[in-house]
Write a protein that binds this ligand. Structure first.
Ligand code: HSE
Length: 431
């Protein structure tokens, strides 16, 4: 049977998982593909380090260049992470005419245009299923299964660490720090979970999905990103009382004028919506297309096996595409959609919790600011006061980010406001 030479750059959790499953499912893959996927070279920092998954010692090298330059390697798998070396490796592989498989979301979100311009110029496909939502085949779905659709919207829980933290805050009443510590102890959160909790891991994935959906690379500066670090058990509790769950949601939409909106933030979603019951480390995405209507994807967004499954799917596609000239090199740019929507013009509904003095006239001062900034109140609750202080919890009608920023500045400056107000966004999935 014809063999296809694979080079792995990176043999950490995912790289080792890819190797392990290529070996375990070798017969199945060979029967399905009519080809054998043979790992010929593996680049790691320290080739002599003992490893949980063993591979032939002669395959290992400490130089990633050896993987790309090896004439026996036809497909290069980049699983090193980081930006600069990974970028150099991918550019070198494309220039050598070798197809690339990568799971590097940060690299694609920041340098996707450059990489895919080069891929198109050299007619060398780059595959990246593992970059978004691990084992969920969302890239293939958006790129291929929905090729006949305008994508109306994508709503996704695309970070497992934060979903675990929010689930524990909701179900066990933990505060943020305790839930994060638990996620780390369970091995779900990285030792440095910064990119997870500040929203940027999800934002990188949202940028890739939005770019694919709308045929133009979205600039990270045009994405509204807010993390979960400031969430309190109190907000989770009020949201529950009001009939909502709080999820870190990636939201991708296009307005009637073709302007693209991408945002990632903690979001109140109705408790009856299917995404409200996606818990723990699971990811899920609702994709709405103008032809297909609403679709739902659910699965594990991280971890050795789910991510290896995505990489192997890309390897299979790359191997079968080796002798075929492809028009689509992984990303097809087109000019059918417009610019990114300015962040100030993004419109949504809001939850606002304001710590206030318990004195006559306080509610009217707050309502006065909202009225003056043309923001309507949809509902309000106020827990019983301790005699001195209380909180106003307001659900607000739609308003632009600019309107709300103005209102927040004025509310925070009121003498009756004692502490930092909490503003969260609400999503009702209308489109
Ligand atoms: N750290 C991510 C998560 C997986 O928790 O979902 C890699 O993007």
């Amino acid at each position: 049977m014809k063999q296809i030479g694979i080079g792995l750059a990176g043999f950490g959790t995912v790289g080792a998982g890819v190797f392990k499953h290529l070996v375990q499912n070798r017969d199945l893959l060979s029967q399905r593909l009519g080809l054998e996927l043979a790992v010929r070279r593996i680049a790691v920092r320290d080739p002599r380090k003992p490893r949980a998954v063993s591979a032939p010692a002669e395959n290992f090298t400490a130089r990633w260049e050896d993987v790309v330059d090896d004439p026996a390697v036809q497909i290069v798998v980049e699983l090193m992470g980081g930006i600069e070396q990974a970028r150099a490796l991918i550019v070198r592989a494309i220039e050598a005419g070798k197809m690339v498989v990568t799971g590097n979301k940060a690299l694609l979100a920041e340098h996707g245009k450059e990489i895919f311009d080069l891929a198109a110029a050299r007619q060398v496909p780059v595959f990246f299923e593992a970059a978004v939502a691990g084992g969920i085949p969302i890239i293939k779905a958006v790129r291929e299964s929905f090729i006949g659709n305008h994508i109306v919207s994508v709503h996704g829980i695309i970070n497992g660490t934060t979903n675990y933290i929010l689930t524990r805050m909701t179900d066990a009443g933990l505060d943020y720090a305790a839930a994060l510590a638990e996620a780390q102890a369970q091995g779900f959160a990285e030792a440095d979970p910064t990119l997870d909790v500040n929203g940027w891991d999800a934002a990188h994935k949202a940028i890739i999905l939005a770019s694919l959906a709308y045929g133009t690379w979205i600039c990270p500066g045009n994405v509204f990103v807010e993390g979960i670090e400031h969430l309190t058990a109190r907000d989770i509790g009020f949201a529950k009382t009001l009939g909502y769950r709080i999820k870190l949601l990636g939201i991708i939409k296009c307005d009637a004028g073709g302007r693209i909106e991408v945002r990632v933030h903690p979001t109140l979603i109705p408790e009856k919506h299917v995404l409200a019951s996606v818990n723990g480390v699971f990811n899920a995405l609702c994709v709405r297309g103008d032809v297909v209507g609403e679709t739902l994807f659910y699965g594990r967004g991280a971890g050795q096996d789910p991510t290896a499954s995505a990489v192997i799917a890309d390897l299979a596609e790359a191997a079968t595409a080796l002798d075929v000239k492809r028009r689509d090199c992984g990303f097809m740019p087109h000019g059918l959609y417009g610019e990114s929507k300015p962040l100030d013009e993004i419109v949504c509904e809001y939850y606002l919790r304001i710590p206030v003095l318990d004195k006559p006239g306080v509610l009217s001062q707050v309502a006065g600011v909202l009225g003056a900034t043309n923001i309507g109140i949809s509902s309000m609750i106020q827990p019983e006061s301790d005699g001195e202080r209380t909180e106003l919890v307001l659900m607000l009608h739609i308003a632009t980010h600019a309107q709300v920023r103005d209102a927040m500045a004025r509310i925070t400056a009121l003498g009756c406001v004692k502490g930092q107000p909490q503003l969260l966004r609400v999503e009702h999935f209308e489109g």
